[in-house]
Design a protein around this ligand. Structure first.
Ligand code: UDX
Length: 439
């Protein structure tokens, strides 16, 4: 099949390359010319496992191309995926849908024949009819255009795998047995034939699928982090407790790793956008739980600052603090709402000298946080440190031998914010070890 993907960020670039991998002819469209140039040379402008290799292969074979032209995109195919970003509005909880509406508005005048517009961007429920209205107003072939909703559940760092082998496929349509359904079933044929549960539903349910999934994931993380607060007050160990709870298949251990909490470009903004939409719909009480989820998450960052202060005898001024981690989670260079960087920035504001290291995210961190110091090597970064904080659980950090570090640090004190360092090994190497939620 021929198809386009409008918006080539984390979601769109991955989707475009994955569709080429499924055997389709794909044209990615993005208004950012630098991004288009990078993608056409087979390189993603961000770090995502397996993506560069797939981009290089399919751009070289000519099955995958990128452009900045809506005219070209409209002429290329009759199936258009929209994957533009829907960030949080500055100073508000609601989504900024301007990129989505602008993309549809710019594509529409070029749609002169039957087409399917399939939206993947995360939106508040009730957005699909607004996309439909825009097409009615601006597309010459409005009556022959169908809108489909196809939410994406990919996780950064396993985005390619999640796109090619998703847990489920959700397809939302305005009417039953539509032409759009036939087109999307054909597009995802290989994924459906592999036995992927495929749920065909209405627009609103498809829109809510993504919002509810992320609300649940965030709630699960904040639940165990709320329990971590109780563990800290009572001397219990939240990691062992999470293991115990996780053996109950109704609870499950995955997605329940206690620690510094969630960040990134999705969970924080999606729970806030969901609350804002519930408010508009007059059912704000239904989602007050998410206010608490957000508050618990933010408290983890404050708790880390308090623990750091405690370890430094109540005084942060002039202290050398090394932070392992800048990315919002391991195996990505994404620093959007990174808990690690939020803690780093706060400690800097409180007077500490903060040095950050990360295997992938330092270039991005340097741009947004020029006030911090950066060092590539996690061992060299500990030189003369009064305190080490482990805030993003890259496997590289767990593999460092703490004996090699103890001699470099001014004071061998570490706080594990992700619960993945082996506390016994570190203590044997002479470190004072504290961890969130653990005695
Ligand atoms: C998330 C959803 O998982 C994905 O389905 C959705 O499409 C987009 O949002 P992502 O933001 O890439 O994906 O990362 P995820 O792996 O869910 O982690 C989000 C944050 O939660 C990270 O900061 C991570 O460190 C934290 N987290 C995750 C925990 O603190 N504990 C966990 O058990 C899992």
């Amino acid at each position: 099949m021929r198809l386009t993907v409008v918006g080539c960020g984390y979601l769109g670039a991955t989707h475009a390359a994955s569709m080429a991998e499924l055997g389709h002819e794909v044209l990615g469209m993005d208004s950012d010319m630098d991004k288009v140039a990078a993608l056409n040379s087979g390189k993603a402008p961000f770090h995502e496992r397996d993506l560069d290799e797939m981009l290089a292969r399919h751009t070289a074979s000519g099955h995958l191309k990128f452009t900045s032209s809506y005219t070209e995109a409209a002429a290329f195919a009759d199936l258009h995926f929209i994957a533009v970003g829907t960030p949080q509005l500055p100073g508000k909880h609601a989504y900024d849908l301007s990129h989505l509406f602008s993309a549809v508005r710019q594509l529409a005048p070029h749609l002169k024949g039957p087409a399917v517009v399939a939206v993947k961007s995360t939106v508040p429920v009730g957005t699909a009819p607004r996309v439909r209205d825009l097409l009615n107003e601006f597309a010459p072939a409005a009556d022959a255009i169908e809108v489909a909703w196809n939410p994406e559940f990919l996780r950064e760092s396993s985005a390619v795998e999640d796109t090619l082998r998703p847990d489920r496929l959700v397809l939302g349509f305005e009417t039953e047995h539509s032409w759009a359904e036939t087109v999307l079933r054909q597009c995802f044929e290989k994924i459906i034939e592999a036995g992927t549960p495929t749920i065909v539903t209405d627009w609103a349910t498809a829109e809510l699928a993504k919002a509810s999934a992320n609300a649940f994931l965030a709630t699960k993380i904040s639940f165990i982090n709320a329990i971590a607060e109780v563990c800290e007050a009572s001397g219990a160990d939240v990691t062992t407790l999470a293991d115990i709870l996780g053996h109950d298949v109704r609870i499950g251990r995955r997605g329940m790793q206690p620690g510094l909490g969630f960040g990134g470009g999705c969970l924080p903004k999606d729970i806030r956008g969901f609350m804002a939409r519930a408010d508009e719909l007059g059912v704000d009480q239904a989602l007050t739980i998410l206010r608490e989820v957000d508050a618990i998450n933010n408290r983890r960052r404050e708790r880390m600052i308090d623990l750091a202060r405690e370890q430094l005898d109540g005084n942060l001024t002039g202290k050398q603090i090394t932070i392992w981690g800048a990315a919002f989670k391991p195996n990505t260079d994404d620093i959007r709402d990174s808990p690690a960087l939020a803690v780093a920035q706060k400690l800097h504001e409180l007077g500490a000298t903060v040095t950050v290291t990360d295997p992938q995210a330092l270039d991005n961190a340097r741009k947004t946080h020029p006030e911090l110091n950066y060092i590539d090597d996690p061992i060299a970064a500990v030189q003369d440190a009064d305190l080490l904080l482990h805030l993003t659980e890259w496997p590289q950090f767990s593999h460092v031998d703490p004996h090699r570090l103890a001699v470099r640090a001014a004071s061998a004190k570490v706080i594990d914010g992700r619960g993945t360092l082996n506390a016994d090994t570190w203590r044997e190497a002479g470190w004072t070890v504290r961890a969130l939620g653990r005695p």
